[in-house]
Design a protein around this ligand. Structure first.
Ligand code: NAP
Length: 306
């Protein structure tokens, strides 16, 4: 049984990854902080080893991590994922420090494969379909921290022959997603009969359903040929207006929407779409959940779990 260590398992994506990996024959340990909410993974807890640690002090868990002796690490944990924290200096420091201390611990063990979650934010505004060849030019501290984390890990893991995959994720969505993202916000407003504040909605956005995100992450973990940076997105650009109308139609087709009550952000990105060719070719993975199907499941979950 291969030993797998997961960080961020209590988070949106990590919780789905944990459930997926528990269905395979892995021995799993997760790193969580004492104050973490286990609500997303409550039914999985008795099947995993829990290592308690805050990222501000990863070193406290060093001996336990080394004792578990992971062969594969899925590193999804990150402080301040949501938009409101994207220019917070303290959060930047926490993530860089935690990256450095996690790398130091990993180098003392026998890890063969390390899969990390990066972000499209590392590329910065490009208003185009983005391939891995796109120059990185992050304009938020979040994007800068992700890119720095990538560089730290890439440098160290290459030197030590650890297979390192860095998945630059675009916008994911699904059941139990964090409530401040657009899709959960819309579901909440519309289901409460509140008219949401909307821009004109002309942006083209790449939305990928959580099951497709997780199957891509796992296929990189299991496929020894994958290495380096991959874009993780559906590869399809959806106009936000149609995504919003789709959600409205699921919840209450009679409700009218007013587009343009909210101004675009300064330097608003109008096109954010992944070229996922490299990932598809190297793994055989393909996104399989249609947007309408994914939105239906997401709305249903939120309505049943208010
Ligand atoms: N969601 C997206 O669309 C998206 C897009 C691009 C990249 N990503 C990346 O994908 C990864 C997972 O994202 P997500 O949406 O699942 O985020 P999330 O729900 O916010 O999960 C973040 C995880 O990190 C943990 N964490 C945060 N601060 C911590 C600290 N100081 N000490 C220990 N643990 C801490 C959280 O633990 P608690 O449960 O204790 O808070 C949680 O398990 C992140 O690396 C994120 O940057 C996500």
């Amino acid at each position: 049984m291969k030993r797998v260590l997961i960080t961020g398992a209590t988070g949106f994506i990590g919780s789905f990854l944990l459930k997926n990996l528990l269905d395979s024959s892995y021995q799993i340990a997760i790193i969580v902080r004492k104050e973490s909410s286990f609500k997303r993974i409550i039914e999985s807890l008795e099947r995993v080893q829990i290592i308690y640690s805050d990222y501000t002090n990863f070193d406290e868990s060093e001996s336990e991590i080394l004792k578990f002796d992971p062969e594969i690490v899925y590193h999804l944990g990150w402080a301040g994922v949501d938009n409101t924290m994207h220019n917070n200096e303290n959060i930047l420091n926490v993530n860089i420090q935690s990256t450095l201390s996690l790398v130091n611990i990993i180098l003392k063990g026998n890890v063969k494969t390390f899969i990390g979650l990066g972000s499209q934010a590392e590329y910065g505004p490009c208003n185009c379909v983005i391939s891995e060849k796109q120059q990185t030019n992050p304009t938020t501290l979040y994007g800068i921290a992700k890119l720095t984390a990538y560089n730290i890990m890439n440098y160290n893991f290459r030197q030590n022959n650890i297979r390192f995959v860095w998945l630059r994720l675009f916008s994911s969505y699904g059941p139990a997603d964090n409530e401040n993202w657009l899709i959960p916000y819309l579901i909440k407003s519309l289901s409460e009969g509140v008219t949401p504040e909307l821009t004109k909605g002309e942006q083209i956005w790449d939305y990928i359903y959580i099951d497709d995100v997780v199957s891509a992450i796992v296929s990189c973990g299991e496929n020894d040929k994958t290495i380096g940076i991959y874009n993780l997105g559906s590869g399809t650009g959806y106009q936000l207006k149609s995504v919003i109308q789709n959600i409205r139609d699921i919840i209450n087709p009679a409700m009218s929407l007013v587009f343009g009550t909210k101004s675009y952000a300064q330097n608003q990105i109008m096109v954010l779409q992944a070229d996922n060719t490299k990932l598809r070719l190297d793994t055989g993975w393909n996104p399989s959940v249609q947007l309408s199907e994914g939105l239906e499941s997401t709305v249903t979950w939120f309505l049943n779990n208010k």
